[in-house]
Design a protein around this ligand. Sequence first.
Ligand code: CA
Ligand code: CA
Length: 563
Amino acid sequence: MTPAARVAALVALVACGPGASPRNAPPADPPSIASAEGTQAAAFWNGATVYFLLTDRFENGDPGNDRALGRARDAAPLRGFEGGDLAGVLRRIEEGYFDSLGVDAIWLTPFVEQIHGSVDEGTGRTYGYHGYWTRDWTAVDPALGTGEDLRRLVDAAHRHGIRVLMDAVINHTGPPTPQDPRWPDDWVRTSPQCTYRDYTTTVDCTLVATLPDIRTDRDDAVELPPALVEKWRREGRLDRERAELDAFFRRTGYPRAPRYYIIKWLTDWVRDYGFDGYRVDTAKHFEEAVSDALKREAGRAFADWKQAHPARVLDSLPFYMVGEVYGYAAGQGRSYDFGDRTVDFFAHGYDGLINFGFKGDAAGPLDLLFTRYAAALRDGALRGVAILNYVSSHDDGSPYDRGRADPFGAGTRLLLAPGSAQIYYGDELARPLVIAGAEGDANLRSMMNWPDLECGGSTAEVLRHWRKLGRFRRAHPAVGAGAHRRLQAEPYVFSRILEMDGRVDRVVVAMDQGEGAKTIPVGDVFPDGVELVDAYSGATGRVADGRITLATAFGLVLLGERR
Ligand SMILES: [Ca+2]
Ligand SMILES: [Ca+2]
């Protein structure tokens, strides 16, 4: 791929779709973050918008699967399966909901088969509706749909030029219950519980009391758990699964240790369905060798999928892995401190990390945040890697603006910040984060508030705001990945410029403007005579004397060249 083609792929994001010529990445090892391909990938992902949703809580596309597995209806409020499913996500993809928000990638909560029973961790009886309580890594949970539903979802997303990130859990199994036997002792430990004092008390321990910790440290061979053997025999696929495992271990030469079984199962979804990346759960609770191997095998699986489906390949971007290192903040650079040891997760398979510092940074001066983030990502400690910013999430009980007092301001901050933007489902509809009767994280996970949108009013206005920003972001990778410069302090005006191999994307953003006529300095970003369009209002004008005058009804102006 020539440098110019690489830039075209980066800048013309929307143009990447079915029918684009396949450019298969070299299959062997994933590119290192220091490589040219890695730099291109970091620019893409920092400019990208990722939509994170809980499949069970987004849209019920198939009421026929709501009672799958006969799970009891005895959960505490918002702690059982609520009916959302893969068919519901597919429906929204096909109707263009994600396109309308400028979404580049959808991150689905884990869809693999969950425990059938429930546990109470002190916040009420809870089922595995969230997907983080695995029972079988090789099956789709029937309450969310079928393998065919999953295939349709990924294919439809790709047709829309949208990538799909799978949520990969490797640190723990689901909790044992009367219906869900504990995995054998050579697979898991059930004590001690993590105390987070140092590396060992974060890694070699159970995350919470109920979650058996996979023995990711072991290298000696283990047998398949008897319960899984029995399940697969019942389902008529035991021989096939065993043969596939034999082939995997023969090909890779890995020992038959627990982590490699799970890596085989996780990467099969990539090879068979074409997932474009992983969001890796609880990344600081297992050894770096695990993420190294997971990335290596996922990269191979992705290359295999591309080779087998040339017509469906989006472009040459390599497999992407973003980690959840709980508490990591962009300000920490590349060192996460366990107390007795620091780890550079970016050197162990992760192209990006979730930025738990954004919500705090976003509460401070905006130009300070923008200046620091852009500098770190472009020329500083985070050069060549990505961060994923968020204002709310599924397990952050102290999000930015918990009361949804200003969903417009939250959208402006998130979607104009350097780095990837994570829209958590409902951020764009001001979905409430405090729910009467709900305990703990259930507050953050209500059913998507589509009815509020149908009512119009302020919810529809909030969505319009997020859509304009999201589409501006998608059209202009400079927003998330470009160099930042303040052009005026008050009212605040700034520019972002992304140069890649001779092609340049430029934007100027003006905030806190009054309604009506406004004059915005564009510095030397755009030469006199150039016609600019304001993506927020649709107004156009020409630059004269280093400024542009427009009349719009809004305080926010999003300027780029008319294309
Ligand atoms: Ca359903
Ligand atoms: Ca662990």
